[in-house]
Design a protein around this ligand. Structure first.
Ligand code: PEP
Ligand code: MG
Length: 325
């Protein structure tokens, strides 16, 4: 039997009734790793790989990316690491890549669309991820997937990269899990098929809210309309978790919603057990999870899923003392 020391135990988050909940770190910069390790995060649930691209003045070559990704994997000491492929465009622009100007960049050439259009850049990154994951335990997920077809195309490119690496005799792991970020309403509508195809799903609530509600997440003028507790969002999250359970696939949430104390009971109540969060919020989330029983959480989630109006949900959250009146 494995013995755990006291500090190891601290990392094992549980609800009041003893259900295990997993807290992973969102990592933007390698410097985020230190606090993540100090908290004893159970792994990296989202590595935003645009940062090595943003700080440079040209697309970084495979070797340079590999060094960064490898460092990330090594520093997590065998804990799972989920790499997200490049998510540029929208709010994350590259100074050296001047795409034709777009009237609606959030609806334009961003994220997986960019990768599928620019295969060389995509393959360099995939090869670097695969090589960094040679020891096993790493996963790759694709942002802004809008259809099963997007996912299948991205996956086939990963397979091509794997075959290439094999031919070249370069080590990597065939078992690298491939996942879908659930960020678009179209993906929610085909979530059953996505859950069948993918190894795992991860809810990107920042974009999911933006695209479901048609509210620009960067536009102050409409920030009051950017509501995680809109009934459509709650039902979408519930559908995603249910589909994952039905198809026996791992599901997690990595948007800012995963660290929102008002919504945590709901997220636990619909069945989410894996939260990838900005590590500054980890202790707060952990303590809150410790204070909630699943029975309470499920009751609240069911009640919230029944409401058709934002105002009803707001009144309910006030009733439950989750928000101030
Ligand atoms: C999200 O959309 O919720 C997400 C985690 O990705 P990003 O915030 O980087 O778009
Ligand atoms: Mg996103």
């Amino acid at each position: 039997k494995v013995m755990h020391n006291a500090s190891d135990m601290k990392a094992k988050t549980k609800t009041k009734c003893g259900e295990r909940v997993h807290i992973y770190a969102n990592i933007n910069l390698l410097s985020d790793l230190k606090p993540a390790r100090e908290f004893k995060a159970e792994g990296v649930g989202l590595y935003r790989s645009e940062f090595p691209f943003i700080v440079r003045n040209d697309f970084p070559p495979e070797e340079e990316q590999y060094i960064i990704y490898k460092k990330l994997v090594e520093q997590m000491e065998g804990k799972p690491v989920t790499f997200r492929t490049l998510d540029i465009g929208g709010d994350k622009m590259l100074s050296y890549y001047s795409n034709v100007s777009e009237a609606n960049p959030f609806l334009g050439m961003r994220a997986i669309r960019f990768s599928l259009q620019n295969r060389d850049i995509f393959c360099q990154q995939l090869r670097a991820f695969l090589r960094a994951g040679a020891g096993g335990g790493t996963r790759i997920m694709f942002p802004l997937i809008s259809s099963v077809d997007d996912f299948v195309e991205a996956r086939s490119i990963v397979y091509e990269c794997m075959d290439e690496l094999e031919e070249e005799g370069i080590p990597f792991s065939r078992d690298t899990q491939l996942g879908v970020m659930m960020e678009l309403p179209s993906a929610v509508e085909v979530v059953d098929e996505l859950a069948m195809e993918a190894d795992f799903l991860s809810i990107g609530s920042n974009d999911l809210i933006q695209y479901m509600l048609a509210v620009d997440r960067t536009n102050e003028q409409v920030s009051k309309l950017y509501l995680a507790h809109h009934p459509a969002i709650l039902r979408a999250i519930n559908r995603i978790v249910s589909a994952s359970e039905t198809h026996g696939k791992d599901v997690s949430i990595c948007g800012d919603l995963s660290a929102d104390p008002r919504m945590l009971p709901f997220l636990l109540g619909v069945g989410l057990r894996r939260f990838s969060i900005d590590i500054v919020n980890a202790l707060t989330v952990q303590r809150l999870v410790n204070s909630i029983s699943l029975e309470e959480a499920e009751e609240m989630a069911n009640a919230m899923l029944d409401f058709g109006r934002i105002s009803e949900i707001e009144a309910y959250l006030i009733d439950c003392n989750l928000v101030d009146a």
